[in-house]
Ligand binder design. Structure first.
Ligand SMILES: CC(C)(COP(=O)(O)OP(=O)(O)OC[C@H]1O[C@@H](n2cnc3c(N)ncnc32)[C@H](O)[C@@H]1OP(=O)(O)O)[C@@H](O)C(=O)NCCC(=O)NCCS
Length: 118
């Protein structure tokens, strides 16, 4: 049974501005593993990746019904891509029973999360 759904959309220009200042924004959003992937990407792909992860994490926090906060920080959530490219969610390093989908265009990134009951 579905436990919760979450949706989020992020403007790439806003993320590019924040990411362009220094490393703080991406270090607040991306886990070590995600940062490692980010570093392998070039130019615009870095921004798409960061914005997509940001959107996925906000969507996950909405699906939980808590929002981002003390018990659900950006770094508590990881979105890891399988070899096929399919993203999978982890919360506190545990595989999440649910689904995430990410998309980006020239201007925005968006993500949807569906959480299943255990
Ligand atoms: C829930 C959260 C993710 C909302 O994100 P947001 O970017 O402020 O707002 P969005 O436009 O994406 O979403 C707003 C909607 O989220 C929904 N929402 C709010 N709290 C929610 C919750 N606890 N659970 C599920 N959905 C929630 C509401 O429907 C709201 O719309 P409404 O007020 O018209 O009903 C919130 O935890 C948050 O503000 N996180 C951002 C924290 C942050 O540090 N950002 C860094 C920017 S540099």
């Amino acid at each position: 049974m579905i436990q919760g759904i979450g949706l989020d959309i992020v403007e790439l220009d806003r993320v590019a501005r924040l990411d362009g200042r220094n490393t703080k924004f991406r270090e607040r959003i991306l886990s070590e593993r995600e940062l490692h992937v980010y570093e392998t990407l070039s130019g615009r792909r870095k921004i798409e990746y960061l914005a997509g992860r940001f959107a996925a994490k906000e969507a996950f926090s909405k699906a939980r019904g808590t929002g981002i906060g003390a018990d659900c920080s950006f770094l508590d959530i990881e979105v890891i891509s399988e070899a096929s490219g399919r993203p999978v969610l982890y919360f506190h390093s545990q595989l999440v029973q649910g689904f995430v989908s990410i998309t980006h265009t020239q201007t925005v990134a968006a993500a949807q999360v569906v959480l299943m009951e255990l």
